[in-house]
Design a protein around this ligand. Structure first.
Ligand code: AGP
Length: 610
């Protein structure tokens, strides 16, 4: 996600802002920029695509921008390609107001239309430029910078941490947040603003955590907070106890743990990308209803966890939409000369740069097939080469083992399947509404599962000496197994197999011996009995058997060595819940084994080579 910083005080602002942006680089970005109030009272803006060092070279480490008040930004693109034009800060036409923003303005399109009707022009593709000009509109209307931000907040839907400088107030920075984090720090007459603690920890440990819909005005020597009615509100100052490294992870020990905990928000943000007025709108993806109606076959390609999301997509899409779906490892698809007719090829990739998946997209396009990319990085190679793009809203994922991006991919897959089923007349309006309601309930259910992680932590501690772990399941439970097994292997280095439960007796069961851990996923009501009996079969050969089971699944729990319950949910989507304890299981085993959780041996975050 983007990083924002602000500074106002005795020092030259630009070097302080660059220093703060460097501390936020871990958040991932593709461009950066600064806006400085010059001593002459003008606003100076410098922006650059690429790494922060490009901006540093452009501004000679900030020295070429004089002034003691300014804002800065590292952009993780959500609307509009990574480019200098789309980089923040954004400004009004007269360059009397400039702003930086972290978050997603969901209703930016309608706001842009309204502002266009009021005579505004737009130079970028970003929601942030719209936000900036909305503040400008209300400032021009009321002449009051606090009122302008308050009016902005009352009209915007979505998430934002917004910082604004205004030529008429050269010694102030104005800010507001909703759902995107923002802190304000003070020290010795200086005032600081940032998305996250690391950016200002070097200057102060005395910070205010800005609350949702609270407006801050930073001035030399202090900060004042207001509510949306423009009334001053008092706030407690907090002393930060973290060190710099801990701060980058938001206080979590590892990025993976932080990213596991970000999943409720990521699922909600990804849903908000296509959920409009009670329905699913794929216009931003580029797929019209007519396009959906023409789909009569699908091939899903991906690698690793992306491939595993594709397996869920296959089960869910075929069951709901009755359209044939096959899912293939991209590294196989690209070489095996597949028989293709006029299928839609769907490429799933967090990074959007995986070489095999990119090659699969190219192979499909060479055969004249349409391609849909489900990616997490705006402007990535796969996004640029596909015909349609569904951008998941997971934000940058730092840990090599994917968690939140995988969960966001599942949401994209479910939404696609539901939309396809509706447009193919396979589900009626009531069932459509019921499925959407189930989707909307996922963030809260994931939140609940996060609160029960200690149960998994204890189970991991009890089983940390196992050298072989089997995951078994049927239907989408099998799809969860392959993801859970990969998580375990890649970060704990414990050998693991994932099996369709019905396959065990075709050979693999010979591997089961005393103490082998077998973990069953039990969420698909019509299949649970069968998987349970497979689990019991392994127990009779000495296995330690455990289950991740939906709340209403009937189990004689004393026949199992460990049961972890997950909330009931529509069986098409319950994979999003079942995977959470498996993420924690892999995480805690990796920690217990003293591994480098976020950078496991031999692995890269994006496999851009074959
Ligand atoms: C998942 O935890 C792994 N890091 C890996 O399997 C990953 O999913 C795979 O390399 C695909 O990456 P992509 O989603 O960026 O294409």
């Amino acid at each position: 996600m983007c990083g924002i910083v602000g500074y106002l005080g005795k020092k030259q602002a630009a070097p302080v802002l660059l220093d703060g942006l460097r501390k936020l680089e871990y958040r991932g970005y593709d461009s950066a920029g600064l806006a400085i109030m010059t001593p002459e009272g003008e606003i100076d803006i410098a922006k650059a695509k690429g790494r922060l060092k490009v901006l540093e070279e452009l501004t000679r480490g900030g020295k070429s921008l004089s002034g003691v008040c300014g804002i800065g930004h590292t952009r993780w693109a959500t609307h509009g390609e990574p480019s200098e034009n789309n980089a923040h800060p954004h400004c009004n036409d007269e360059k009397t107001i400039a702003a930086v923003h972290n978050g997603i303005i969901e209703n930016y399109a309608e706001l842009k239309e309204k502002l266009t009707r009021k005579g505004y022009n737009f130079y970028s593709q970003t929601d942030t430029e719209v936000a900036t000009k909305l503040v400008d509109y209300y400032y021009k209307k009321y002449g009051d910078p606090i009122r302008a931000i308050s009016e902005f907040a009352l009209r915007v839907r979505g998430s934002y941490a917004l910082a604004v400088i205004n030529k008429d107030y050269p010694d102030s920075i104005f800010a507001i947040r909703k759902d995107s984090p923002m802190i304000v720090g003070v020290a010795g007459g200086d005032a600081f603003l940032a998305s996250d603690v690391p950016a200002i920890l070097k200057y102060t440990k005395s910070v205010y955590y800005v609350d949702n819909m609270q407006i801050a005005r930073l001035e030399k020597g202090g900060v004042t907070f207001y509510n949306l009615d423009g009334e001053e509100v008092s706030k407690e100052i907090v002393e930060i106890s973290w060190d710099a490294e801990a701060a980058e992870k938001g206080g979590y020990e590892h990025f993976m743990l932080k990213e596991i905990h970000e999943q409720p928000k990521v699922v909600k943000d990804t849903l908000n990308y296509i959920y409009r007025n009670g329905g699913l709108d794929f216009s931003e993806v580029g797929l019209s209803d007519g396009d959906f109606k023409k789909i009569n076959g699908i091939v899903v390609v991906g690698c690793g966890s992306a491939y595993h999301a594709g397996v869920v997509m296959q089960y869910v899409t075929e069951d709901l939409a009755r359209v044939p779906v096959r899912v293939e490892l991209a590294s196989e698809f690209r070489y095996r000369n597949p028989v293709l007719t006029d299928e839609l090829v769907i490429a799933i990739s967090q990074s959007g740069e995986t070489a095999d998946t990119l090659a699969a997209v190219r192979a499909a396009r060479e055969k004249g097939l349409k391609t849909l990319a489900i990616v997490n990085v705006v402007g990535s190679s796969i996004a640029r080469e596909a015909d349609y793009v569904f951008y998941t809203k997971a934000g940058p994922e730092i840990s090599v083992a994917t968690t939140k991006a995988y969960s966001a991919q599942l949401i994209a897959c479910y939404a696609f399947a539901i939309k396809l089923a509706k447009l193919h007349g396979q589900i009626d309006g009531d069932y459509y509404a019921k499925l959407l309601k189930e989707l909307l309930s996922l963030p809260e259910k994931i939140e609940y599962l996060l609160s029960r992680k200690e149960l998994i932590q204890k189970f991991a501690a009890k089983t940390m000496d196992r050298n072989d772990v089997f995951f078994i399941g049927r239907g989408t439970d099998y799809a969860v197994c392959i993801e859970g097994s990969l998580k375990l292997k890649e970060i704990s280095y414990v050998h693991s197999e994932a099996y369709a439960a019905g396959e065990l007796k075709h050979g693999t069961i010979s591997l089961i011996e005393d103490g082998t851990l077998v973990l069953g996923i039990l969420t698909q009501k019509n299949l649970v009995e069968k998987t349970l009996s497979n689990l019991i079969e392994t127990a009779s050969r000495g296995a330690l058997i455990a289950a991740i089971a939906a709340e209403s699944v009937k189990l004689s729990e004393n026949s199992l060595d460990f049961v972890f319950r997950i909330p009931d949910s529509d069986e098409h989507f319950i994979a999003s819940l079942a995977v959470i304890p498996l993420q924690f299981f892999a995480y805690y085993l990796s920690v217990l084994r003293g591994n480098d959780v976020d950078k496991p041996r031999n692995l890269a975050k994006s496999v851009t080579v074959e």
